[in-house]
Design a protein around this ligand. Sequence first.
Ligand code: GLU
Length: 434
Amino acid sequence: MQLKQAEAVANLSAPIDGIDEDRDLFQVAVEQFAIAADVLGLDDDMREILSHCQRELIVNFPVEMDDGSVDVFTGYRVQHNSGPGPTKGGIRYHQSVTLSEVKALAMWMTWKCAVVGLPYGGAKGGVQVNPKLLSQAELQNLTRRYTTEIQPFIGPNQDIPAPDVNTNPQIMAWLMDTYSMNIGYSVPGVTTGKPIVLGGSEGRSEATGRGCVFTIENTARVLGLDLAKARTVVQGFGNAGSVAARLMAELGSPVVAVSDSRGGVYNPDGLDLTGVNAHKLRTGTVVGFSEAESITNEEVLVLPTEVLIPAALENQITADNAGMIQAQVIAEAANGPTTPEADHILYDRGIFVIPDILANAGGVTVSYFEWVQALQAFPWTEHEVNERLRQIMNRSFEAVYGTSTNYAVHMRTAALVRAIDRVAEFTRLRGIYP
Ligand code: GLU
């Protein structure tokens, strides 16, 4: 790794040139890449290759709705780089999905897989839809037709989808079944995050939150922070956020606030998470939980706390609120929650950020375990899964933290530097064909 320390330090303190507040998410991803590429001294040809996505598929497809009418939806599947192996990444269903967002998320998947050393390149998919407005039958129709549209692009040795925002094991089961029916035999390795009876892995549904908490434990150790006394705030109470909240509480941390897309709840003495979960199950939201004060999603991020876990969507911590954040540690369970401008502000304020491509890599790591189990038709126990996950997360944290201290760069740049170096090595060794 050819790190240039002086440049790295200069990069952290220099203002970012040409920042356009309205730039899209892929631009943000390329900007982060460029900062790390400078630190690495990456040559121009390699920069050019890695700052593009290899394949971008757009599909517009009809779905039959319950009332007999037909709606046309737009979906995407993007593969950023297949140098390290088959591409891997989730599929999200959200009304605000765009091609640029999916491209950024695909690029981040490449770096994420490289940071934890998985034999995958990165990919991502998405459909522009609010799934909360669909019936189960419509959701199934949409999933099966989208799968058929992207079928030539995916496969167990080619590109392996998984759950992401608003997708779940049932949706992965429909995806796996559709692919299998089209091909004529069962292919459990085409996706991960499946229900356990269909070849899903023990521990997969909790893996993103669990991996995130492993990185927080590592951070607490290096910072000398006692987690049993440290408060936690979680923005986003979905698959990653709710599990991270529970595991932080199991470590003794008072979880003082949680939120979802409708708002948040705050109790400075610590929330009763069993009660919050029951309330969410009953009403569909954490808002209105009786033993807490109601707060807005913006307020959640700036509450007094030691640990802040953004576990919702991208672009939450920006130049507008980074100066007001009170946390000592930010663990990015979501993808892309912090903008590059906010990164500078947080670094200058001494806030320790565990970047998304490390903090939320537990999900894809256990997806990899699931894929290995599917290819070998040999299931592992939950204990084996969690222990191997712990080893990989601890080792990856150590490596990234070492790079960050050795070269005086913040954790995001350190993680990117390691990831880009690895992917560039694959690309160089494989060469260009034809
Ligand atoms: N959607 C998750 C992520 O962003 C998991 C991806 C996977 O398991 O392939 O990391």
